[in-house]
Write a protein that binds this ligand. Structure first.
Ligand SMILES: Nc1nc2c(ncn2[C@@H]2O[C@H](COP(=O)(O)OP(=O)(O)OP(=O)(O)O)[C@@H](O)[C@H]2O)c(=O)[nH]1
Ligand SMILES: [Mg+2]
Length: 324
């Protein structure tokens, strides 16, 4: 019986997946929506999608609010398309997936491409497990990868965790800095220097560009030598100046990853994180269900009366389904 009623869902879903894998944008959008809403079928979708992944270059573009990420992406997309590559874009909006404010703003700034049939642009929220970035962001990137996009660009606002998290899902991280915005101090924040594979000093039409380029280079000099030295590239995203060099640097990093053990190390690290994240999510789901069942008993009364403590309650619940 269950199988029968399930077939009704699986049939059209399979067709959607089939069409998406052939590159149909409407079907891709539908899959991402299902995955984002964590619908029951999201696991099935990902299982079917996964074997087709592993080909796209996942590029994270991060930086402070207003650094010019969307403007930069707009120009970058043009460059990448000149090389005959297909592109998917995910703009991560930290505030809300539903307000549409940033969605509209980002779309306007990427207006050259928002109606382009060859470019898939999608905004997403940041709720969820992967620190600042939601699990859905990564799964959307995988869907775009599977559906034939050669390059997947992920724009995230650098507000704390999500700029660090981007390294968990991107092959190449481009960090946008802006002169005169205190970014020179910001980059010294722990962790931020380490995540960037390419530094972009945008708004290079402003004073202080040279200084910030110099400071980043000094900081890179102080770090222990690594097989990839992140280039520091000034750009004026608004008129496209420097974007070609930035695009070359980003592609150069991708080639570096293809040809070195560092690339393999990154891929393996990501696979490890993937399973870890799924495990965490599944365990949380099971634990919540178990707690929901318990809650129907008098347990809250007992906690209230301090006959039981929440630690022992949680421990007992865990021991129900985890063999130690
Ligand atoms: N002067 C100057 N302004 C720029 C440049 N690039 C972008 N801008 C402007 O900076 C503002 C913010 O640009 P966006 O591309 O929206 O920046 P963002 O980083 O995507 O912003 P959020 O997504 O809101 O974090 C816009 O008004 C752009 O026109 C540049 O190279 N020079
Ligand atoms: Mg933006």
């Amino acid at each position: 019986m269950i199988v029968n009623s399930y077939e009704g869902i699986v049939g059209p879903l399979d067709r959607t997946i089939e069409k998406a894998l052939k590159g149909d944008h409407r079907s891709i959008a539908r899959l991402i929506t299902m995955v984002e809403s964590e619908s029951v079928s999201s696991r099935d979708i990902m299982k079917k999608i996964y074997p087709h992944t592993g080909n796209a270059h996942l590029i994270g573009v991060t930086g402070s609010p207003g650094a010019g990420k969307s403007t930069f992406l707009d120009k970058l997309i043009t460059r990448i398309m000149e090389n005959g590559k297909s592109i998917g874009v995910i703009a991560v909006d930290p505030s809300s997936p539903f307000t549409g404010g940033a969605v509209l703003g980002d779309r306007l700034r990427m207006q050259n491409h928002s109606l382009d049939p060859d470019v898939f642009i999608r905004s997403m929220g940041t709720r969820g497990s992967l620190g600042g970035l939601s699990r859905g962001t990564y799964e959307a990137a995988l869907i775009l990868d599977a559906c034939g996009k050669d390059v997947v660009l992920i724009e995230t606002v650098g507000v704390g965790q999500s700029e660090i998290d981007i390294i968990k899902i991107a092959d190449t991280v481009a960090l946008l800095l802006v002169p005169g915005m205190g970014d020179d101090i910001q980059i010294m924040k722990a962790g931020i220097m380490e995540i960037a594979d390419v530094f972009i000093v945008n708004k290079a039409d402003r004073d202080g560009t040279e200084r910030i380029v110099r400071e980043v280079n000094i900081m890179l000099d102080l770090q222990e030598e690594k097989p990839w030295r992140p280039p520091v590239i000034p750009t004026i995203a608004e008129n496209g100046e420097g974007v070609e060099r930035a695009a070359e640097a980003i592609t150069g990093h991708w080639q570096f990853l293809q040809n070195t053990s560092e690339g393999k190390r990154r891929k393996y690290q990501r696979l490890r994180i993937e399973v870890e994240e799924i495990l965490k999510r599944e365990i949380a789901r099971i634990a919540e269900k178990a707690w929901d069942r318990q809650i129907e008993t008098d347990i809250l009364d007992e906690l209230f009366a301090r006959k039981k403590d929440p630690y022992s309650v949680a421990e007992n619940l865990l021991s129900e389904f985890i063999v130690r």
